[in-house]
Design a protein around this ligand. Structure first.
Ligand code: EPZ
Length: 431
């Protein structure tokens, strides 16, 4: 298994191209199940999770074709065309769903288009139990009959789904996306209240509108959908990845130097950019993205709380913690979205960080320096936080289990090395 080797202490200088958002691309790909037409997605990132979902969609009968590349901001993304002329199989098997929880996003579209779906129940994962009750309750409110049998969700709506008013008791990105897709083909009006407002949800809604769906309130917490008999294909550019951009912004702030994030959209990242400013880096919007600069001066401690959008994203919590380990003073980081998203803490401690956990909060007291160590993490964002720590640690850091990084960061080591970081991928035999 590959590893990433980093020798810390090099400032970063240069430009990092930001790719299309993984968490927008995944629901957008499942939206192809809603139409007989061809959905062409441009600015698609090249990631393991995208391949996993492509395999799942193929076995539902979707014809997938790579249509080359197209430039988008600072990045040249891939173009993928998906055509679900006929849905040949409505079962999403355990073997594929267990590889990636986002597979649950086929449930709403399959049910709405084919009238039935059998999807393996995703299990818990490293960051929490992550139930799917909100997805299931919402679909039941749209008239689906749902049974849980032998580890599978068995859902049926032989006469189609019908619109309803759904008030989510708490904000869920995935449940909003599943219900939004299902509602586009349900009879009559559906209202989704207390819906997630994440830019990835908005990107999906914009694409669905281009496919002919009638959706009001896009970007707000109340979505009003008038169901249609059918949707058509379209071409859609996937929104740039605000989490990838935020991760590299924090890399520049922790390592020092000056990095332009080409293609990043500052208006989607207010909360994260504000925290990076408070921590002592300069953030300047540019014509093509965002410039992050920290030339002199220490990092400063600051408090952070994760929240649904527009709050500070949970997907940047591990990375900001890595940054604050070497900041002057103390920082309190509170995780409110997932109950177990501090798996990076013991590994950061092994690199010399001073972090104490108190329930959902981590108290980080800045230390003058971190030291390199062999480390590993159990999820994508925790892994990348160790890479960030490695960029400033004295000596060598070897990050194991690189497959986590490959799920969500395209050419991570190349992008950082191009800005002067001493970082390389080591094949298992050579490590
Ligand atoms: C999405 O997951 C993202 N994944 C996650 O990114 C992200 O961390 C998360 O949203 C929060 O922003 C994708 O978009 C593919 P949720 P999702 O439903 O949709 C609870 C990454 O690193 N909940 O908004 O699964 C849940 O347990 C990943 O890229 C229920 O209780 O997240 C959690 O505590 C990791 N019942 C909270 O809601 C439900 O039915 C928010 O989860 C659904 C969720």
């Amino acid at each position: 298994m590959d590893k990433i080797r980093i020798r810390g202490g090099k400032p970063l200088r240069g430009t990092i191209p930001i790719g299309g958002a993984k968490n927008a691309a995944l629901p957008l790909m499942t939206a192809s199940l809603l139409t007989e037409g061809t959905l062409t997605l441009a600015n698609l990132p090249h990631l393991a999770d995208i391949t996993t979902l492509a395999n799942l969609l193929a076995q539902h009968g979707v014809d997938l074709r790579m249509d080359g590349h197209s430039p988008n901001g600072g990045h040249t993304g891939r173009v993928l065309s998906l055509t679900a002329k006929r849905i040949s199989n409505t079962t999403a098997p355990y073997d594929l769903v267990r590889k990636m929880r986002a597979s649950i996003l086929v449930l709403g579209p399959l049910l709405a288009r084919a009238g039935k779906a059998r999807v393996s129940l995703p299990g818990g994962c490293a960051i929490g139990t992550r139930p799917v009750d909100l997805h299931l309750k919402g679909l039941q409110q749209l008239g689906a009959r749902i049974e849980l049998k032998e580890g599978y969700i068995d859902a049926e709506a032989p006469n189609g789904l019908s619109g309803a008013e759904i008030v989510f008791p708490s904000v869920s990105v995935g449940a909003t996306e599943n219900l939004l897709m299902a509602a586009t083909l349900a009879g009559g009006e559906t209202v989704l209240a207390n819906a997630a407002r994440e830019p990835e949800v908005t990107d999906l809604a914009v694409c669905l509108q281009a496919m002919g769906a009638r959706i009001e309130g896009v970007g707000s917490d109340t979505l009003r959908i008038q169901g249609a008999r059918s949707l058509s294909g379209t071409r859609h550019d996937i929104v740039p990845d605000r989490i990838e951009a935020g991760t590299y912004a924090m890399a520049a702030a922790i390592a020092g130097g000056e990095v332009e994030l080409a293609g990043a959209r500052p208006e989607l990242m207010h909360a994260a950019l504000e925290i990076i400013r408070q921590a002592g880096a300069t953030v300047t919007p540019t014509k093509s993205g965002i410039m992050i600069r920290r030339i002199a001066g220490a990092l400063r401690g600051t408090d952070v709380m994760t929240e649904p959008f527009p709050g500070f994203p949970t997907d940047l919590q591990a990375q900001i913690m890595a940054l604050l380990t070497t900041a002057e003073g103390a920082s309190m980081i509170t995780e409110t979205i997932f109950e177990n998203r501090f798996m990076h803490v013991p590994e950061l401690r092994r690199m010399g960080a001073n972090i104490n956990l108190h329930g959902a909060s981590a108290m980080v007291r800045g230390v003058p320096r971190l030291t390199g160590a062999p480390v590993m993490a159990t999820d994508l964002r925790a892994s990348v936080s160790l890479v960030l720590a490695g960029l400033v640690a004295e000596g060598e850091t070897l990050v194991n289990r690189v497959y986590h990084l490959d799920r969500g960061y395209e050419r991570l080591e190349e992008k950082l090395a191009a800005c002067g970081a001493e970082i390389e991928r080591v094949k298992e035999a050579a490590a």
